[in-house]
Ligand binder design. Structure first.
Ligand SMILES: *Cc1c(COP(=O)(O)O)cnc(C)c1O
Length: 352
């Protein structure tokens, strides 16, 4: 395979509308946080179905600001699953909070509500609930625990459990617009909420000057209008992006059939938007990733390293099992029909 035929694990989908939008901001001479950031906040809040949003520089910054705006303090505990990228751990530690890592459910890879409940203590400040790979976590059971929930929608927008959209049920929700996420602004993030007080605290922490007060945690977390117009262009295309992801997922499911490897599990009460297509395999992952790469398909472990491994903790059997058996294959709207058929052919050769 030469480099031209190599299919990357992810790739943004940018086009003329993004180019035109960016040129407009440059022509306006107003590059930093301005009217487009505000418009992007209102548009995404409306799409998700909440009152408002506060745009910041990254999803990790959004987690940090959301925790602070919620009133989580140094020494408080923040419950989070082990099988997630390091952002929630990094955000909690930056504000001096103590991460309480819990295991996941085997089929959905989502935080286990029973384990989350067992981890609650008098010092619990929040639970961070990532909706991983495009599938909502079990919010109905997590809400019953009675602890404030921050929904992490960095990988999932537009999906629902029991007809209730992700991002509308926690006290706050965070998003990421990193280059390879559902919506891309290069780097970027947002805090979303129905709680006006929480949003206004987040807004005042985003900048260091000309604020009613300098809250603990205030910093320069601003997004730029250059990023926001990219976000606005991408939002117009989001429904078609999600449709395309669904169509590619159906093609993969049909090709893989009902046996090994196992296709993503979608519980009856939920919808999946396929940010990732994560299959469960029955053979050593590193060798498999190497073989598929030689055939031109860049597959990855969906999580680089579980959080309990960073912290040298033991006893997370479902996370360990997922780490050993879960494989993410390329799925994104920029994939061409030829690329999709090549991926299907390579998977069929490997698994049939
Ligand atoms: C990407 C991601 C983040 C962090 O977002 P950044 O914009 O990269 O800081 C947080 N949580 C999850 C689940 C993510 O996938």
């Amino acid at each position: 395979m030469n480099a031209e035929n190599f299919i990357p694990h992810s790739r943004p989908f940018l086009g003329d509308s993004e180019q035109v939008a960016l040129a407009g901001v440059i022509a306006s001479g107003r590059l930093a946080q301005g009217p487009r950031v505000e418009l992007f906040e209102r548009s995404l809040a409306a799409f998700v179905g909440v009152e408002g949003g506060v745009a910041v520089g990254s999803g990790t910054a959004a987690l940090e600001v959301a925790l602070l705006a919620l009133g989580v303090e140094s020494g408080d505990e923040v419950i989070m699953p082990s099988f997630v990228c390091a952002a929630p751990l990094v955000a909690a530690r930056r504000i001096g909070a103590v991460p309480r890592i819990v295991d996941i459910e085997p089929d959905t890879y989502a935080i286990d509500p029973v384990a989350a409940k067992q981890a609650v203590s008098p010092r619990t400040g929040a639970i961070v609930v990532p909706h991983l790979f495009g599938l909502p976590a079990d919010m109905s059971r997590l809400i019953e625990i009675g602890v404030p929930i921050i929904e992490d929608c960095a990988q999932t927008l537009g999906a629902a459990q029991e007809g209730q959209a992700v991002g509308t049920r926690g006290i706050a929700t965070i998003c990421s617009f990193y280059a390879t996420k559902l919506l891309c602004t290069g780097e970027g993030g947002m805090i979303l909420s129905d709680d006006e007080d929480l949003l206004s605290r987040a807004r005042s922490m985003r900048e260091y000057d000309e604020q009613p007060s300098i809250d603990a945690g205030s910093f320069n977390h601003k997004m730029t209008d250059l990023q926001a117009v990219l976000g606005l262009s991408q939002m117009e295309r989001l429904p078609s992006f999600l449709e395309r992801r669904g169509a590619i997922a159906r093609r993969y499911a049909e090709a893989l059939g009902a046996h090994q490897p196992q296709s993503p599990v979608i519980p009856d009460d939920r919808t999946h938007v396929f940010y990732r297509y994560v299959i469960r395999v029955d053979r050593p992952l590193d060798d498999l990733i190497e073989r598929l790469g030689q055939d031109g398909v860049d597959c990855r472990r969906p999580i680089f390293r579980p959080l309990h491994q960073y912290l040298h903790l033991s006893g997370f059997p479902e996370t360990e099992r997922a780490f050993q058996t879960a494989l993410s294959i390329p799925i994104y709207p920029a994939l061409t029909p030829q690329e999709i058929e090549h991926i299907v052919k390579v998977l069929e050769e490997e698994f049939r």
